[in-house]
Design a protein around this ligand. Structure first.
Ligand code: B1M
Length: 215
């Protein structure tokens, strides 16, 4: 297989052996972020489709996720960084009950490389921890990720909790993850939230929205 197909295949097959040599070869031709976006994420998309249709079982999805994470970690030092610093602080978490963190961690990388201070709480985070950390760390923005349909309900509850604590206007909220849609966030959720809530389709839109929140 040609390099790009082989790299995509490695994600789909969860094949770690020899991936560093392929990533080095890829880095000689394309920027690290483009490799992630065009090739590695394409592989994860296929994994999602195979899993959704029952053609791939969970342990294999987990292997693919591990290869994806290692590949991103290997590429990260090669990603472009701006010299900016201290543009603002975001508390970032995958919401309660949800373990998916590949997308959240990409958001962390993109924001950190572009001058933001990211407090990444990890997965399965209850709203109380997110809100307490935001206060302790004097955050500017709260970011929540979730890939399960039930996570969209948790996000709604979390926004309602912010309303009832009277802190919705203190922290603009950035939401992302495959189960969300723009209209659900920017119409339905925005309609019930007392502050600003925006949807980011990917990590780059997350960065643009952070810049807008901080402007
Ligand atoms: Co899961 N899983 N999974 N899974 N998994 C999905 C989400 C699913 C759609 C697969 C499918 O059925 N086709 C499905 C959800 C269905 C639903 O809710 N209706 C599903 C399921 C069912 C499950 C389990 C319930 C399976 C089971 O146990 N029977 C279980 C859930 C456990 C739990 O959470 N409690 C489960 C487990 C797992 C693994 C552990 C095996 C693994 C996760 C490993 C890990 O993350 N450490 C996994 C994986 C890998 C997937 C798929 C295949 C790929 C997800 C991924 O990493 N994509 C996924 C299929 C899919 O998404 N279509 C699937 C790549 C990643 C970069 O994309 O996270 O969307 P994403 O991030 C994007 C954007 O969304 C955005 O930026 C990123 C790109 O730049 N973004 C943000 C994300 N967060 C953001 C936050 C922001 C801004 C942008 O600001 C705050």
């Amino acid at each position: 297989l040609p390099l790009w197909d082989r790299l995509e295949r490695r994600i789909i097959d969860g094949e770690m052996n020899g991936i560093e040599a392929d990533l080095d070869a890829a880095l000689a031709e394309r920027p690290a972020l483009q490799i992630v976006n065009d090739t590695l994420l394409a592989g994860m998309k296929v994994v999602g489709e195979l899993f959704g249709s029952g053609e791939m079982q969970l342990p294999f999805v987990l292997k693919s996720a591990e290869v994806m994470k290692s590949a991103v970690a290997y590429l990260e030092p090669h990603m472009e960084k701006t010299d900016d610093d201290g543009k603002g602080r975001i508390v970032l978490a995958t919401v309660k009950g949800d373990v998916h963190d590949i997308g959240k961690n990409l958001v962390d990388i993109i924001l950190s490389n572009n001058g933001y201070d990211v407090v990444n709480l990890g997965i399965k985070q209850p709203v109380s921890t997110i809100l307490e950390t935001a206060e302790e760390q004097n955050a500017d923005v709260i970011g929540m990720s979730g890939l399960l349909v039930k996570s969209t309900v948790i996000m709604k509850e979390n926004l309602e909790e912010m309303n009832s604590r009277g802190i919705s206007e203190t922290y603009p909220v950035l939401l992302g993850g495959a189960a969300l849609t723009r209209s659900f966030v920017e119409e339905d959720l925005a309609g019930l939230f007392d502050g600003q809530v925006r949807y980011a389709r990917d990590a780059f839109e997350g960065l643009r929205l952070m810049d807008a929140f901080m402007a």
